[in-house]
Design a protein around this ligand. Structure first.
Ligand code: NAD
Length: 524
């Protein structure tokens, strides 16, 4: 087998810069994009199965959580049979897509990144409307979408071709990476562009074909991403797009005999269902399905008595309440040394009181809504539980407005074993826990079933070193907030019930989408 010739020359990866909305031209561009996207509200989007546009009688409506009466888009409701047809179509397309040279696939993914960059404001506007992200959070989602395409494209160039192995006398030997087959790509709603595009780009650039089924809460953003991939040159047969429920369409994708792997990001509960379903062999299935599962968190920030308290207050505020706490990396536990507990809580409450809550398309609102009525009810239920388990010091209810607005809520004096300290709430609710000393803080931090992100604030180098050794999380941050992972700089993924630690945006990631073949030929 000849070494794949890698001619594409690319600059070193750099992160897409964030937009500075303080500049009048950027503010205007975002306002124009919001107006343009609002003009398309109510549009109907097809599914794409085997290159065909497919419509169903039953529809799925995506609404704006800031103004729930606004319909963002009308979507199809895939049946289990249609999900199976999509897997079959992707299976048939695999024979040709896997033979497209890696360099060509990379060019297509880079083209997708360029198109997204050109339409960044529009994509951000749609994110802002569909899932209630503030301008800044929506822009970060769009930037990460571009980063994933740029990063995985470069990674594929590194991984393609023959790789040297230990030379063996009398043999020509090498190792090459092959794609797997059909990937069932199942993203969550909270990074509707970045995660959907990231798992899809990783799949396609490695030569796999895809059935993408976005979250019921965010089909419009995913549809926009899919349209861009098609425009960039991804064959429609190689990227099938279906919408519908996880229980019906998602489940059928996972269980199909021709599905080779599942790339899932979402809750622990669904991740475990998928893990179990993927392990069962379907009639006719001739491989063991791979399951790349990125799941929830109960992320903690440790605030030591030797911390810069103001910096810790700012970091915890942003990590706990940015995007209404709806990030897997969100800080939902502050574990604070008893020596500075009262001072920290006092400062934190004053800081969080300044957060403005309201429609996310209005740029002065730091916090938008939570994603749905169901999410809001769940969060309010947790607040009731937490208020009994600890002391409610701020918030505790709905915030004013038509949308699904929840007040930023702080519950102090929480027992580390209580539900509010153990279960993922996925909303703007922070539990503050008292620790006797640093070792006790680490013990509490590690004492959940999760292990995604964590942060430590301390000026003491020995304590920092101890945290590096003992804080058991996939992403540890020292003297900075625990959210805001950057592609390339902070490969992302967690331990234990936070998932399979696939490290998105890192150099290990594409290997989950490839299988290595070793070749040795006797010579001489
Ligand atoms: P979710 O688990 O409810 O849904 C995720 C996806 O799974 C959706 O597309 C849904 O339709 C689908 N699904 C649901 N049931 C299914 C089934 N039985 N079979 C197949 N697919 C099914 O999660 P969500 O509410 O969309 O997202 C929030 C969760 O995602 C949080 O727990 C958050 O921590 C987690 N998350 C994790 C990461 C990470 O990198 N670890 C990143 C973002 C979000």
């Amino acid at each position: 087998m000849a070494t794949a010739e890698v001619k594409l020359s690319v600059a070193e990866f750099v992160n897409e810069p964030f937009v500075d909305f303080a500049r009048p031209e950027n503010k205007k561009a975002m306002e124009d994009a919001l107006a343009k996207v609002a003009g398309e509200f109510g549009r109907e989007y097809p599914m794409y199965i085997g290159g065909e546009r497919v419509f169903t009688t039953e529809k799925l409506y995506s609404t704006n959580p800031s103004r729930p009466s606004q319909v963002i888009g009308v979507f199809q409701m895939a049946s289990a049979e249609q999900a199976a047809q999509a897997v079959q179509a992707a299976h048939e397309a695999f024979a040709s897509w896997k033979r497209v040279p890696a360099e060509k696939r990379v060019e297509i993914i880079f083209r997708a990144a360029r198109i997204i960059r050109e339409r960044k404001f529009e994509l951000s506007a749609l994110i802002c409307y569909e899932v209630g992200k503030s301008w800044i959070e929506a822009d970060a989602d769009s930037a990460e979408t571009i980063d994933f395409c740029e990063f995985y494209g470069r990674e594929m160039l590194r991984l393609t071709g023959e790789h040297p192995v230990t030379p063996q006398k009398g043999e020509k030997n090498y190792l090459v990476y092959l794609p797997l087959g059909v990937g069932a790509v199942i993203p969550p709603w909270n990074f509707p562009a970045a995660i959907a595009a990231g798992m899809t780009a990783a799949s396609l650039v490695t030569g796999n074909t895809v059935v993408l089924k976005p979250s019921e809460e965010a089909p419009a953003v995913a549809a926009k991403v899919v349209e861009i991939f098609y425009e960039a040159g991804v064959p429609r047969e190689a990227l099938n797009f279906i919408t519908g429920t996880g229980e019906v369409a998602g489940d059928a994708m996972v269980r199909h005999a021709k599905t080779r792997y599942i790339a899932f990001t979402g809750s622990k509960e669904v991740g475990l269902i998928i893990s179990e379903a993927a392990a069962k062999r379907a009639p006719g299935q001739i491989w063991i399905k791979r399951a790349v599962l990125e799941m929830g968190g109960k992320d903690a920030t440790i605030v030591d008595e030797e911390a810069d308290l103001d910096s810790a207050v700012e970091g915890v505020t942003q990590a706990a309440f940015g995007y209404s706490g709806q990030k897997c990396s969100a800080c939902s536990r502050a574990i604070v040394s008893e020596k500075v507990f009262d001072a920290f809580v006092g400062k934190l409450v004053e800081r969080v009181k300044k957060i403005s809550v309201g429609p996310s398309d209005e740029p002065h609102n730091y916090m938008g809504p939570v994603v749905s009525a169901t999410a809001m009810e769940g969060i309010l239920g947790y607040i009731d539980v937490g208020a009994k388990e600890g002391k409610l010091v701020l918030g505790g209810g709905r915030a004013a407005g038509e949308g699904y607005f929840v007040e930023p809520t702080i519950i102090a004096d929480v027992d580390p074993k209580s539900r509010i300290a153990q279960e993922e709430v996925f909303g703007p609710v922070l539990a503050v826990i008292k620790a006797r000393d640093f070792e006790h803080a680490l013990e509490i931090a590690n004492d959940t079933e999760f292990g995604l992100t964590g942060a430590v604030y301390s000026r003491n180098a020995e304590k920092i070193a101890r945290a590096e050794e003992a804080f058991f999380v996939g992403n540890l941050y020292l003297n900075r907030k625990c959210t805001g992972a950057m592609v390339g700089a902070h490969p992302f993924g967690g331990f234990n019930m936070s998932g399979t630690d696939s490290k998105t945006g890192g150099k290990d990631y594409l290997l989950h989408f490839l299988q290595a073949k070793s070749v040795a030929e006797k010579v001489g």
